[in-house]
Structure formats: structure tokens, C-alpha cells
Design a protein around this ligand. Structure first.
Ligand SMILES: [Zn+2]
Ligand SMILES: [Zn+2]
Length: 355
């Protein structure tokens, strides 16, 4: 709605300019500036709830209206991003998320659809006024990823400091800081952040040959959210999700992808056919995700990283086909902009939209 209002204001400005009416265009510009400044969603950090915004629900396969992997979690005055896939920072900017208060990025693994916007995450949050280096948590190898982005954005940082001066764009805030998360044992979790009632825990999942690959659990106010990262079904995800309010799990509709893969191969594109067949090996089907949600005893399941991304109700129906009767809990197919709010010490669960 806010975006529509901004577009309407902009159109009126253009009409005003064409009509040559300076007084009206001046007032409209002022109004547009006011609307832009008003929008910041600080409320999502400060309303006492555990809030989740789905900032990217797609996969490496390009899908209209869906950025690649990104889940924003906000609670107790803190703001984390689990993965920053391509186009996710564009979403966060459009939705007026308070990037100046971004505490860190938690990477599940280093496939391109999970890290592509890391350079934008540090740069956009620096421009917004974030202070100090931006921590990037992740499995072994996160230092290499961070060093690469750091170098790729080095010239950009220099331009900005030279242009605005170091007092306005402190160079030390324009950089990333790698935080390698080491687990005490293969199936043991590690606390990566604990402050103001919010605890963030990392744990191992199974995305072999990508290893290690992590999921993250957020606990706040007696509520909890688990983000699976990319994984095939694995007992440790069930264990770490025990008693959680919401499990946000990746899902690949094997019934659709198998058929598509066969069709592509028979159609002569053996390269794409092989690739679409290979991905079946290290992801989770909707049925398997529902079984894990049931076994973990969570209150609701949100499916994301949707392959293929459903474009309409028919594909949504096909995506979940054959999953009836496994579990009585809520199963939700995520969309970009979806807001999940969990008030403390309750079983309440509300769905909204920040876009
Ligand atoms: Zn992956
Ligand atoms: Zn992925």
C-alpha cells in the first residue's frame, strides 16, 4: 500500500511539473519526502514480539516476485538476516526495513543463491547509518566468502568515503567481519548470539556435498523459530526444532521436478535435465518437511526456497499434493513480504505482509 501511495505521489509531481505549477509540485515533493522518511519499520524490532519477514522465498531458478534465499528475524531490538540471496536487499529496501539496526548476517552455507547480496547488505546498511563492522556468521569457509566480498567492494568503499568524508561514512562501518561458527560436536548446537532475551543457535544440517551446512534457531519470549537452510531430511533438524513455534523449512516438490527433468531430457536438453535431476538428492520434499514438523511437534510449518516457485493456485495445490493426512498443523507456502509475528508466552501466530 505504501508503495502505491509513493507511486501516486510521484505521478502527481510529474503532472504538476508538466502543468508548470511550482507551488503544487513543491508541496507534493515535500509530501513524498515525508512519506519516504516515515516508513521505517522499527516497530518490528521493538514491539516485544518475535517477528519474521520472508525477504526471499525463491531459489537459484529465477522466479518473478521472489528473491533468492533470505529470512529476516527481529526481536528484542535486534535484527538478523539468515542468508542474503540475490534481490533480497532490494526487497528489504522497498519495505523500509531499518537497515541501520542490522546486527548481522547468518549464512547457512555458501551456494550463490544464499550469499549473492552480501556486498549489498554491508553497503546499504552502512549508507543507512549502521555502526561498526557487520558480523557475518557461518560455517568454516565464511572468512573466504567475506574476504572476497570485501575486496570486490573495496573501490566502492573508497569512493563513498572520499565523496561524503570519513566522519559521515566511517570506513570501519563499511566492512564485514567474518565469525566462523564451530560446533562442539557433529549434532551439538552452538550459541552464536545471546542478548536482551534473544538467543540465536546454529546447528548442523545435511546438504552434502556442501559441508558443513547450518540451520539457525531463534528463541525469544518463550517463542522460537527455526530456519532449516538447505538440507535433505535429517534427524538433527528435528531434534533442534523440538517444541519450536515455527519451522521454516526449504521445500522442493519432487513430484513436479522429476516430471520436468524427464521432459527436459526427452526434449533434448540433457545438460539441464541432468542438473534438475541432481538437485533432487540434497533437498527436502514438502512431504518430508511436514513429517519433520510433525516429529518435532512444532506449531506451524512455513515452506520456503520453493522449487519450483508456485505461480498460481494450481501449482500451489500440486506442490502440496499427496501430503494430506500426515499432520494436522498449519502448512504455509511462503511469499516474499510475508510477516510472521509471534507474541511472547502464547501460542498466537499471525500472518501479515510488509510489502
Ligand atoms: Zn544450497
Ligand atoms: Zn539454495
Amino acid at each position: 500500500m505504501r508503495n502505491r501511495a509513493r507511486v501516486a505521489t510521484l505521478l502527481l509531481v510529474v503532472v504538476g511539473v508538466v502543468a508548470g505549477c511550482d507551488a503544487i509540485t513543491g508541496r507534493l515533493i515535500d509530501q513524498g519526502v515525508k512519506q519516504t522518511l516515515q516508513g521505517s519499520r522499527n516497530d518490528l524490532l521493538d514491539d516485544g514480539k518475535l517477528n519474521v519477514v520472508m525477504c526471499g522465498t525463491g531459489s537459484p531458478v529465477v522466479a518473478e516476485g521472489r528473491a533468492a534465499a533470505c529470512t529476516a528475524v527481529m526481536a528484542g531490538g535486534h535484527f538478523f538476516l539468515v542468508d542474503v540471496g540475490p534481490a533480497s536487499m532490494h526487497n528489504l529496501g522497498l519495505w523500509r526495513m531499518p537497515l541501520d539496526r542490522l546486527d548481522g548476517v547468518l549464512l547457512t552455507h555458501f551456494h550463490s543463491d544464499h550469499i549473492g547480496d552480501l556486498g549489498e547488505a554491508v553497503t546499504q546498511s552502512w549508507i543507512a547509518g549502521r555502526k561498526g563492522p557487520l558480523p557475518v556468521y557461518g560455517p568454516q569457509g565464511v572468512d573466504r566468502v567475506v574476504a572476497g566480498f570485501q575486496e570486490a567492494y573495496a573501490l566502492d568503499r573508497g569512493y563513498r568515503v572520499a565523496h561524503h568524508d570519513a566522519a559521515f561514512m566511517p570506513p570501519e562501518s563499511g566492512v564485514l567481519a567474518a565469525r566462523t561458527v564451530t560446533l562442539p560436536g557433529p549434532d551439538e548446537p552452538a550459541v552464536v548470539f545471546e542478548k536482551d532475551g534473544l538467543r540465536v543457535t546454529a546447528f548442523r544440517v545435511d546438504h552434502a556435498p556442501v559441508a558443513p551446512a547450518y540451520g539457525y534457531r531463534f528463541d525469544f519470549g518463550g517463542r522460537s523459530v527455526v530456519v532449516s537452510g538447505d538440507t535433505k531430511p535429517v534427524d538433527n533438524l528435528v531434534r533442534q526444532s523440538k517444541g519450536a513455534s515455527v519451522l521454516i523449512a526449504e521445500a522442493l516438490a519432487t513430484n513436479i521436478v522429476e516430471r520436468v527433468s524427464k521432459g527436459i531430457t526427452e526434449g533434448g536438453n540433457t545438460r539441464l535435465g541432468k542438473m534438475s535431476h541432481d538437485i533432487l538428492e540434497y533437498h527436502t520434499s514438502p512431504k518430508q518437511a511436514i513429517e519433520m514438523a510433525r516429529d518435532a511437534g512444532v506449531e506451524a510449518l512455513v515452506l520456503t526456497h520453493l522449487v519450483p516457485a508456485p505461480k498460481n493456485r494450481i501449482i500451489e495445490w500440486l506442490f502440496l499434493r499427496g501430503t494430506g493426512g500426515i499432520w494436522s498443523g498449519d502448512v504455509i507456502l511462503a511469499k516474499d513480504g510475508m510477516l510472521i509475528s509471534l507474541p511472547p508466552s502464547s501460542t498466537e501466530f499471525t500472518l501479515g505482509d510488509v510489502s
